[in-house]
Design a protein around this ligand. Structure first.
Ligand code: AMP
Length: 512
């Protein structure tokens, strides 16, 4: 018999076993069992077919997080359609580009964005547009309700497309990463094994689902094991504090953890049922890791991944092996190396670009063979664009994005080294170090410091005092020439600091 690599198969198999166990627990406490989830996904898959969506067709979705939005994702997998989620923050020009590039046959949006999207959809000959509102109602849901639950899961090869996800594109145009069923299935299996996810787990799900972290990592791992999901529309501190004592597992971006720590009510009692806290999508400050451990007894497990590759490395499950400031070891079946810009593989301890190979690595950029070719080595390794270093035992640490590397007076400065120093100063919440044009040095180093939250932030010292103290600790060329103190750093929806914004904002600093 032909093996079906459809990622939904891993979840469908579990539905038969998990049966009446709750799959999704809604914010109001009501729940949807695994059997009910299977029926909803079947109806939604039939609704897709009813609008003319065929296997391989793109379904572009720009809506707030809701339960039917998760069902729609699963239904796309089941039907062999390509799920194409878009962040709700995009502008009209960006949406025009995405719809023109993805050429979906179906668009799902909210009534509030119909005025903006309808003409764009028409221009790009999108066949149908249906609505899905943040409260889970809308014409898509109505159509699904009128369908039967019986639906035969589409048979997929491992390299058939499951999803098209546009990269955040901080430099140049966003590119559509083609993620296959084989990518998702292999990453799901590797993560379930590494993080020991079982049907006894209860996940607090507060991440968005237009991004790999909340979508693939969180949903595929838990649903394929028959675990329970405490479904939240977004991260809300008070709700998280109330729900954590019912949960065993949380997946978050670093800002979730700093926000939990900002509450005096958060501590060991809140975490009494917790088994594992996972962090990723942006660097977790060593300070946060340490403070979290002191407060709760839990060592946050940091992992590293990206849209194009899914998850690449993880700190080990054994708590004593989870080290602050490192992202751990390659997941089973994945190879990681560090190379120079020409592709020469570097030895332990040397800093270079992280390259990855394995069943997790995407198929390429959508309709962009040149870009795809440029980002792969001849032997199949994908060039991540992140800088890192591998210790002799294979542990990886990230130093930053290659494009954030600063070259000042011909010398390389790795922002993370300076950020680590600055983060240890009193009153500093988080430091961001960037290079901006400088008349003598090409680039000049500057630092932007966000004050720590609450009264602690008042302890921050003056620019000159900080520069004076750094002078004793860092070589002169690495020391920031200017330090700016702000209340908050600019971040994207995943909590990543937007360094390109900082370079623009402070770009004129050294202009005479
Ligand atoms: P995205 O494609 O939006 O998931 O972004 C992927 C990028 O996020 C990676 O290339 C890294 O630069 C960054 N990233 C993800 N996880 C981590 C981590 N644990 N530490 C530092 N950076 C990370």
């Amino acid at each position: 018999m032909l093996h079906n690599y459809n990622m939904y198969g891993m979840i469908e198999d579990r539905i038969a076993i998990a049966g009446a166990a709750p799959a999704f627990v809604m914010p109001d406490g009501s729940f949807v069992t695994y059997v009910q989830l299977g029926a909803e996904v079947g109806r939604m898959a039939n609704a897709l077919a009813a609008t003319g969506v065929k296997p391989g067709d793109r379904v572009t979705v720009q809506v707030e997080k809701s339960f039917p939005n998760a069902v729609l994702y699963l239904a796309c997998l089941k039907a062999g359609a390509v799920f194409n989620p878009l962040n709700s923050g995009y502008t009209s020009a960006e949406l025009d580009y995405f719809l023109g590039d993805a050429q979906p046959s179906l668009l799902i949006c909210q009534r509030s964005s119909l005025g903006l999207l309808a003409p764009i959809a028409e221009r790009h000959a999108v066949r149908a547009t249906l609505l899905l509102e943040p409260d889970g109602t809308g014409s898509l849901v109505d159509l699904a309700k009128s369908q039967t639950a019986d639906h035969t899961t589409h048979i997929c090869a491992a390299d058939d497309l499951a999803s098209l996800i546009y990269t955040s594109g901080t430099t140049g145009r966003s590119k559509g990463a083609m993620i296959t069923h084989g990518n998702l299935a292999s990453n799901t299996a590797a993560l379930c094994e590494t993080w020991r996810i079982t049907s006894s787990d209860i996940l607090l799900h507060a991440l968005p689902i237009f991004h790999v972290h909340g979508l693939f990592v969180a949903l595929n791992t838990t649903l394929s094991q028959g675990a329970r999901i405490l479904w939240q529309p977004k991260f809300d501190l008070d709700t998280a504090l109330a729900l954590l004592p019912q949960a065993t597992l949380m997946m978050g971006v670093p800002t979730f953890y700093t926000r939990l720590l900002s509450s005096e009510a958060f501590g060991r009692q809140t975490c009494r049922t917790m088994r594992l806290f996972v962090s990723g999508s942006a660097p977790l400050l060593a300070e946060t890791h340490i403070e979290f451990k002191d407060r709760t007894g839990h060592a946050i497990l940091e992992r590293y991944g990206m849209t194009e590759t899914g998850m690449i490395t993880s700190n080990p499950y054994a708590a004593e092996g989870r080290l602050a400031g490192t992202v751990g070891y390659p997941l089973p079946g994945i190879s990681v190396r560090v190379a120079d810009p020409e592709g020469k593989v570097l030895g332990p301890g040397e800093i270079g670009v992280i390259e990855v190979k394995g069943p997790n690595v995407f198929k390429g950029y959508w309709r962009n063979p040149e870009k795809t070719k440029a980002e792969f080595r001849a032997d199949g390794y994908f060039i991540t664009g992140d800088l890192g270093t591998i210790e002799p035992d294979g542990r990886l640490s990230i130093v930053g994005r290659a494009k954030d590397l600063i070259i000042t007076g011909g010398l390389n400065v790795y922002p993370k080294e300076i950020e680590d120093e600055l983060n240890a100063f009193p009153g500093v919440g988080e430091a961001a170090v960037v290079g901006i044009p400088h008349p003598d040095f090409g680039e000049g180093v500057i630092a932007v410091l966000a004050k720590a939250s609450g009264a602690d932030g008042n302890r921050i010292e003056s620019e000159s005092r900080i520069i004076e103290q750094l002078a004793g600790r860092l070589a002169k060329f690495k020391c920031p020439k200017r330090i700016f103190i702000v209340d908050e750093l600019p971040r994207n929806a995943m909590g990543k600091v937007q360094k390109a914004d900082l370079r623009t904002r402070y770009g004129q600093t050294f202009k005479s």
